[in-house]
Design a protein around this ligand. Structure first.
Ligand code: SF4
Length: 224
């Protein structure tokens, strides 16, 4: 059994609080990387960000957001044209279906306004828990943990959660991370995953969380 799994929930909460403080010191500039000015823009950008870098999404949405300004604009889009416009984000056919179906539902069920509850958001086509929480946390000012690829990987290496299912990771993290900072902590874990705890070659020797991390893959002292 790993050290993290032997840890009580109370002990894990205390270690999580120390992790958060270290992350705050290491990445004071952490923030959402997707560019947006409205909840609808963030919803579209987050759907497009699946299996794609935020930098690529920002390039594509720069012109996309000038052309499509309302949910009705997306709902009325020609799928073949839209596919071409978002092609470079990958999985462009599925993403086109998701964005256009999401927009139709926003128009038909919500009068064109992006809904503000998790239940209503996840009822939209192409919107899962992660996407809903990105929108709630960053466009509506709610506290929400968004488990993207970085949060999924980093939280498991840190022994804060363990599962193959991102939604299960979300539920486990919600038990140990302070609720008042869920959105901020999402940004911090993402920054750590992008800059230090990289997928293939985590920079363990220089990691600010090294003393708090039970990941067995990190090099032992003296073997740097
Ligand atoms: S010590 Fe290594 S595995 Fe642990 S959080 Fe830091 S970079 Fe990631």
């Amino acid at each position: 059994m790993s050290p993290a799994r032997r840890e009580s929930t109370e002990a894990r909460r205390a270690r999580a609080a120390r992790i958060v403080r270290a992350l705050e010191r290491a990445y004071p500039d952490a923030r959402i990387a997707l560019r947006f000015t409205t909840p609808l823009e963030l919803l579209v950008a987050t759907i497009l960000s699946a299996q794609c870098t935020d930098e690529r999404v920002n390039l594509v949405t720069e012109s996309l957001f000038r052309k499509y300004r309302t949910a009705r604009d997306y709902a009325a889009a020609d799928p073949a044209v839209f596919e071409r416009e978002i092609r470079s984000t990958g999985f462009f056919r599925a993403k086109t279906r998701s964005v256009l179906a999401m927009a139709r539902a926003v128009v038909e069920r919500h009068g064109g306004e992006v809904p503000r509850t998790r239940e209503e958001l996840t009822a939209l086509a192409g919107v899962g828990l992660k996407t809903a929480n990105v929108v709630l946390g960053n466009a509506f000012g709610a506290q929400a943990i968004a488990v993207d690829t970085h949060v999924f990987r980093v939280s498991q290496r840190l022994g804060l959660a363990k599962s193959d299912d991102p939604d299960e990771i979300h539920d486990q993290l919600s038990l140990v991370l302070p609720r008042t900072k869920w959105t901020r902590i999402t940004h911090l874990l993402q920054a750590h995953g992008r800059r230090t705890c990289l997928a293939r070659t985590p920079a363990c020797p220089t990691c600010p969380l090294r003393a708090l991390c039970p990941w067995p893959g990190k090099p032992r002292e003296g073997r740097r």
